[in-house]
Design a protein around this ligand. Sequence first.
Ligand code: PLP
Length: 352
Amino acid sequence: MITFYPGPSKVYPEVEQFISEAFASGLISANHRSEVFMQLLEKTIADLKAKLDIPAGYEVYLVSSATECWEIIAQSLLIDSSLHIYNGAFGEKWMEYTHRISLRTSDAAFGLNETLLMDRSAVFSRNELICVTHNETSNGTKIPEDFLLDIRKKVDNLIAVDATSSMAGVVLPWENADVWYASVQKCFGLPAGLAVMVVSPKAIERAIQVGERKHYNSLLFIRDNFLKFQTPFTPNILGIYLLGKVMQQVPAIEQTDKQTRRRAHDWYAFLLENGYELVVENTAVRSDTVIAVRETKERISELKGAAKREGITLGNGYGKEKDTSFRIANFPAISDAEIATLKAFLVKMAAY
Ligand SMILES: *Cc1c(COP(=O)(O)O)cnc(C)c1O
């Protein structure tokens, strides 16, 4: 079976070998306060920072999921309120989770084909945390290239970014935001159960100012532990081991970024040439990592059924576009041969 599901998604084939190595090494039975574990964590974070080109002053913590990051941010970084700028299901969920904790969220939803411009959602109050979804996995949109920079230039509010389906797939403008996070089951090509949280010096200052330490996953408590290369709770040691191995294996992010963008460009051209309709018409906001294709409900079930018989898994639609789209992951772990197989299938199906 080859899979184009946008999460959980295809795991790098090398992971099978890495799992055996982890088992043989004894690391996965080691105490998480032991020297070997601390060395593993230190090296994993160093390799991750190097490969993804994360600024030296930013700190990296590993937690369980992107969903947990929503909770951590709501608990530990909010002073007055949060402003959620989103156009799809994940951005909306982030707002809903935050609202349950803080009750002070405001909504800046925008349209699917809208190129988000600063003047449109430009009423920021001081101390308001700005929450943006870098790549909206549900509908295949991304924020326009300069959007975060424009906010940065205008206000000095803290900015948090959900980059779950773009981190490790494309170059991220780290300096233009303060908190970035992603689960590893998307562009990292790893099994689920771990998330990467990247935090700026300004976000750390904010956490200290808020001083929240009520939870096992309070940001300051996580930080205290990570400064010693430990974790607040017994972590997913196997997941951390695999993340380290994959970070050693992958090329520098600039190179991955080139491949991702080239493949995305090819996918969009290919789909249009073959008579498929894209969910996102505005080319400025078309995602590089998740491609959403519009079809009727009947046609989708026909396509998915036929794909399955050929050993191909397509991604379901999600959120509002659940029944009217299917999605194709464009993640780095997917090979050119697999892409060629799916394209051949889609050419064949286009004729029906
Ligand atoms: C997948 C996804 C999430 C949720 O990730 P979990 O690991 O299930 O918590 C959140 N945001 C975006 C943009 C996603 O793509």
